[in-house]
Design a protein around this ligand. Structure first.
Ligand code: SF4
Length: 177
C-alpha cells in the first residue's frame, strides 16, 4: 500500500486532534472528490514499518486518535496492509480512537461486495467510528460535521457491533443543517 500524506495535528477529520493517514487507491471516483490524485494505488510513498514508527512517534499525548482516509482505506489491499498496523496502534494506544472514512457503505462492508474480504470482520473490529458511503456532490452540505454529503453516516462501530444495529456517533447532533 502507498500513502500520500500524514497530518499530525488534524482537527477536520474526526473528533478532537488527530493524526490522519491519507492512503492511496480508491475505486469509487466520486464526482467532485476532494482528493482525486489519491485514486491511483501507486500515488505517494510506500507504507512501511518506518512509516508506522513515524505515526507512533507523532502521536503525542494530546492527540485523540488516528484517522484513516485517502483514497479509500477499505479497498481490499488497503485493509490487508492496514490490519497489522492497526493492531499495533491499538496495542500501543489503547485509549485513543480510530476513525475510518470509506466510499463503501457499512452494508457493503459486511455484505456481498468486493470490500468484504477474509480480514474485514477483524478490520472493522479495530475501527471505533466508520464514516461510510461515497461523496455525492448533489447531497453536499457544509453544515455536516466531519463529512461532506448527507448520505454519509458516522457509525459508532462498538455500539453497532454490540447491538447488531447501526448506531451513529452521538456527536452527529452537532450538524448545522
Ligand atoms: S471515496 Fe473519497 S477518495 Fe474515493 S473518490 Fe469518493 S470522495 Fe474521493
Amino acid at each position: 500500500m502507498n500513502y500520500g500524506e500524514i497530518k499530525y495535528c488534524d482537527i477536520a477529520n474526526g473528533n478532537g486532534v488527530r493524526v490522519s493517514l491519507f492512503v492511496s487507491g480508491c475505486s469509487h471516483h466520486c464526482k467532485d472528490c476532494f482528493n482525486p490524485e489519491t485514486w491511483d494505488y501507486n500515488y505517494g510513498k510506500p507504507f512501511t514499518k518506518d512509516t508506522w514508527e513515524e505515526i507512533f512517534n507523532g502521536t503525542k499525548s494530546f492527540v485523540n486518535g488516528l484517522t484513516l482516509l485517502g483514497g479509500d482505506p477499505c479497498e481490499p489491499d488497503n485493509q490487508r496492509a492496514l490490519l497489522p498496523f492497526l493492531k499495533e496502534y491499538k496495542r500501543r494506544f489503547p485509549t485513543k480512537d480510530i476513525w475510518c472514512y470509506t466510499g463503501y457503505t457499512y452494508e457493503q462492508m459486511i455484505g456481498e461486495s468486493r470490500a468484504n474480504i477474509e480480514c474485514t470482520d477483524e478490520f472493522l473490529s479495530l475501527i471505533d467510528y466508520l464514516v461510510d458511503g461515497p461523496f455525492v456532490a448533489e447531497l453536499k452540505n457544509i453544515g455536516l460535521i466531519f463529512r461532506g454529503s448527507s448520505n454519509q453516516r458516522i457509525i459508532d462501530m462498538k455500539q453497532t457491533l454490540s447491538q447488531n444495529e447501526i448506531i451513529q456517533w452521538e456527536g452527529i447532533k452537532r450538524d448545522r443543517t
